[in-house]
Design a protein around this ligand. Structure first.
Ligand code: AMP
Ligand code: MG
Length: 418
């Protein structure tokens, strides 16, 4: 593998490291404190604003865990013959008290009647008209019975505030008869693309034009988070248009995400407008892809000016916008977990920036192995579809060789499925 020639590197001392950028972003993006009441249907993916305690025992009464016969413990002897006195089915309790020598037909989820202390499964008895003979004695009290509160006891703490509401939580809340919950307000995220070359997906391309893909990617990425999206479309490369869009977004949104126009070219107005009318946190990052990235504040909104190149958009979103969104939404913005894999081919890189190369992570008989996926240009978005992970090469590295152990960031850590 050719070493980079001395002096021929990509090192810019004024560029922020990923870790510095992440820390600055998490420092700035404080959790939203307003809350609102939503129904369970609206609660998926939201963050609880208040702790919740169990209101009732679940199950509310002792119920049978299976189809069988309920009896007294003293009667549970091998070969005992018991009189069948009725049936308890789910939703149709038997009200009476079971006497010695009696049993009750009982179905899964049905209330265990007073006097009954265990349920024997139907396969372990011989039924003969209105009596049963036990083929298996020695069962003890509570056998096959789900006690009241054995899932959740009334009054016990269920969830702390800050809990993400997933499918299981929705089920638990429903089982408690809790139809509405108090959750944090969703951050409002305004986003737009910038570029005179951009054409909507449903219009044909003229000379020099490309379809605006970033806005669609962004919308898809955002759909995994509890956010309200404000799509401002495509903004032309003029200072006036960029300024107008940012002013509107800075009044409407908690976060603004733009793509393109953050370099220092003549048509790059985003940083200029931010400098003039907002606050710029930083705009050079020592990562690849994603060097020009603006972070700051515009109006009341946190501002992310992502680069224009589509792979850089996805990468900077995953590494820097994701933790900001999680924290705004009241969730832990824990660092994604990387793993080590053996590299199957040489990878090249210039020292100076931490590199996130698109890669295919697999297992073979030696464990995790990884290879490059598709082209590594920051415009080569198709490689993102072919890849399932990034190989993360350190800032000072000049590449890695086949057989080396390398750090890998699986996409599932940073691109959650919706
Ligand atoms: P910029 O950062 O504006 O200089 O854009 C960098 C590259 O990304 C250029 O090749 C742009 O044409 C391309 N690009 C910018 N915005 C988009 C977009 N919304 N969709 C697809 N490509 C884009
Ligand atoms: Mg542009």
């Amino acid at each position: 593998m050719p070493e980079a020639a001395p002096g021929c590197d990509d090192f810019d001392p004024s560029a922020k490291t990923l870790e510095q950028a992440r820390a600055a972003i998490l420092e700035a993006c404080r959790t939203i404190t307003q809350s609102e009441q939503v129904t369970l249907e609206e609660a998926l993916g939201r963050t609880l604003a208040q702790p919740i305690h169990a209101r009732i025992d679940v199950p509310p009464a002792a119920v049978s865990a299976m189809d069988g016969y309920a009896l007294r413990a003293a009667d549970a002897t091998d070969g005992a013959c018991l009189a069948l006195v009725g049936t308890s089915a789910a939703g149709h309790p038997w009200d009476g008290e079971l006497q010695p020598g009696q049993c009750l037909r009982i179905l899964t989820g049905a209330v265990v009647p007073a006097g009954a202390e265990l349920v024997i499964m139907q396969e372990q008895v011989q039924r003969d008209g209105e009596s049963i003979t036990l083929q298996n004695g020695g069962l003890t009290t509570g056998h096959n019975i789900r006690g009241p509160g054995s899932d959740t006891a009334a009054g016990s703490p269920l969830y702390a505030s800050g809990q993400r509401i997933g499918a299981a939580e929705i089920g638990v809340l429903a089982s408690q008869g809790i139809a509405r919950v108090s959750v944090l307000r969703r951050p409002r995220v305004a986003f737009f693309s910038t570029g005179d070359e951009l054409v909507p997906v449903d219009q044909p391309l003229g000379p020099g034009q490309i379809h605006d893909s970033n806005r669609h990617t962004l919308r898809a990425l955002l759909s995994a988070y509890p956010v309200e999206v404000l799509d401002y479309g495509v903004i032309r490369d003029t200072e006036a248009e960029v300024s107008r869009a940012l002013t509107r977004a800075g009044a409407d949104a908690d976060m603004i995400i733009t793509t393109g126009g953050v370099s220092v070219g003549d048509a790059d107005h985003v940083t200029r407008v931010l400098q003039a009318s907002g606050q710029v946190g930083f705009w050079k990052l020592a990562i690849k892809p994603g060097r020009p990235l603006a972070f700051g504040q515009f109006g009341r909104a946190h501002f992310f000016g992502l680069p224009g190149n589509p792979v850089a958009v996805m990468t900077t979103f995953a590494l820097l916008v994701r933790p900001a969104l999680l924290q705004l939404a009241g969730r832990d913005a824990t660092e994604p977990q990387t793993l080590n894999a053996r590299l199957l081919e040489d990878l090249y890189k210039t020292p100076g920036r931490k590199d996130f190369q698109r890669a295919l992570l697999e297992t073979d008989d030696r464990g995790w192995v990884v290879r490059a996926a598709g082209g590594q240009g920051s415009h080569q978005l198709r490689a993102m579809s072919e890849a399932n992970a990034y190989v993360v090469l350190p800032r000072e590295s000049s590449g890695a060789r086949a057989g080396d152990w390398v750090e890998v960031l699986p996409f599932r850590e940073i691109f959650p499925e919706v």
